[in-house]
Design a protein around this ligand. Structure first.
Ligand code: TRP
Ligand code: ZN
Length: 466
């Protein structure tokens, strides 16, 4: 789904077909012209991830997992709209998930699976603007994706199932998709597991269907979601339900962490209350958390229901809840804009600590600014990371958050909070870029801020005057 003005299709970034079209419009112009969609997003950090020529509206994921065999089988139904006449189009899926069949609008399609891509040739071309439905069937032994910095994400096998956390590229380890953050879509998950296990996913648990030996968990995520925020985590969970600041909450708790809701999750409502006041209404229909001992040392802001491999501090939980606005409801258009996620979520957890009376925003800023070990906060500059290996550098978090706090102190609370609320409401369920944020900051405050942002986001070294 595409909200706002970004081009999902190959038009902006694609080389190949779209470039040819620009040079020789007659080559594919007009109704009835069909050419291959792009096999690239052109993202500056992950140019080969994601595809063009269509816009996904909905994913219907039907997976079945056998923990004993570590085998995942399933079919994903992809509803999309063509943004050009398509003779062929591409999806992302890692090769350990072997595709057995693909249909497009009910007709068998021919396909080639290579280099993390499915090249799909439907029986007939798809006209520009037409809706179409692709069904991809697969079978394999999922394992994580390894990134340029050596870190891994995606599908991790656990003692009792799987821990699934996929930022930035890991979703392709377990389902076919258009893996770029600017092609958001609604999701339905129907995940079948042995009957003693449970599945924790995004959105709302709408039902459980049981047979003698199996259970199928039906989850629905109606608001658009970026692919990297999807999860189908499997384990021996207890489901703890409550209402948090008026929002339905479901915490999936691995019993190894006890029978009762861990303390930070009991404060979800209080945290959401602070954020709803500051950023506007909570953007989704449900909240909660997933706590499952995975072989990873991190937390992720999986949409509606952040995932943790170990019990978080309330500060970390506040960070992941802030991402529901900054990252999830409003997602980056391209990965080099990651400070719009991590800097904002970090600043928001400073706001939470200020609410607790622990430390004011200004004091937190000063502490970071003056910390003797602060060198690592200053480089690389948040919007000049130099490459995907620095995507989650601590400067993205801390210098990113300091950028926002310096902005608040420069333009004042009314303009600053007005800016954050407009940022969320203008880009709700869509995407945003740093350039768009700066432009909105200037119109909201009536100030010229390009130099300010250049110093904080792009200039090497510690900012001295801004
Ligand atoms: N976005 C996460 C956070 O700051 C960090 C993160 C990046 C992550 N990549 C990940 C977590 C992969 C889990 C898996 O909260
Ligand atoms: Zn984060």
């Amino acid at each position: 789904m595409q909200v706002g003005l970004k081009a999902t299709g190959g038009t902006l970034f694609a080389i190949g077909a779209a470039t040819v079209a620009l040079l020789a419009p007659s080559a594919h112009a007009g109704a009835g012209g069909f050419s291959p969609g792009s096999a690239r997003s052109g993202d500056p950090f992950f140019p080969r991830e994601g595809n063009g020529g269509y816009d996904v509206q909905h994913y219907g994921v039907e997976n079945s997992y056998s923990p004993g065999k570590r085998r995942l089988r399933g079919a994903t139904t992809i509803d999309a709209v063509a943004t050009q006449g398509l003779s062929r189009f591409y999806l992302d899926l890692r090769k350990h998930m072997r595709v057995s069949a693909i249909s497009v609008d009910g007709q068998p399609a021919s396909f080639v699976q290579r280099d993390g891509k499915l090249a799909i040739t439907p029986a007939a071309g798809i006209p520009d603007g037409d809706a179409f439905t692709a069904v991809v069937s697969y079978d394999g032994h999922p394992r994580p994706v390894v990134d340029p910095d050596g870190s891994s994400e995606g599908w991790f096998t656990t003692d009792d199932g799987a821990f699934v956390a996929s930022e930035p590229l890991g979703t392709t380890s377990w389902m076919p998709c258009n893996d770029r953050p600017d092609d958001k879509a609604s999701f339905d998950f129907d995940i079948t597991v042995p009957k003693q296990l449970r599945v924790a996913s995004n959105g709302t648990l709408t039902g459980v269907t049981r047979t003698e030996s199996k259970a199928t968990f039906h989850w629905s995520q109606p608001e658009p979601m970026a692919t990297y925020l999807a999860t189908t985590t499997i384990g021996r969970f207890r489901f703890l339900r409550s209402s948090q600041d008026g929002i339905d909450s479901l915490v999936a708790l691995d019993p190894g962490f006890g029978r009762r809701t861990p303390a930070p999750f009991k404060r979800t409502g209080e945290i959401l209350g602070v954020y709803q006041k500051a950023f506007g209404p909570y953007p989704f229909g449900s909240t909660g958390a997933i706590l499952d001992p995975g072989p990873v040392g991190f937390a992720l802001e999986t949409q509606t229901r952040p995932i943790y491999a170990s019990p978080p501090s309330t500060y970390i939980h506040a960070h992941e809840l802030a991402h529901q606005w900054f990252g999830d409801a409003v997602s980056v258009s391209r990965w080099p804009d990651i400070w719009l996620n991590e800097g904002f979520a970090t600043w928001a957890s400073w706001l939470w600590e200020q609410h607790l009376g622990k430390r004011s925003l200004h004091a937190t800023f000063r502490k970071a600014y003056e910390a003797p070990l602060s060198k690592r906060f200053w480089g690389p500059p948040p919007r000049r990371l130099g490459g995907p290996k620095n995507l989650f550098d601590s400067s993205v978090y801390v210098r990113g958050a300091m950028t926002l706090e310096a902005l608040r102190e420069k333009i004042g609370n009314p303009a600053f909070y007005g800016l954050l609320r407009s940022w969320v409401s203008d880009h709700l369920y869509g995407n945003g870029s740093t350039a768009e944020f700066i432009a909105l900051a200037e119109t909201t405050s009536g100030r010229q801020l390009d130099k300010f942002f250049r110093i904080w986001l792009k200039r090497t070294g510690k900012p001295k005057r801004w």
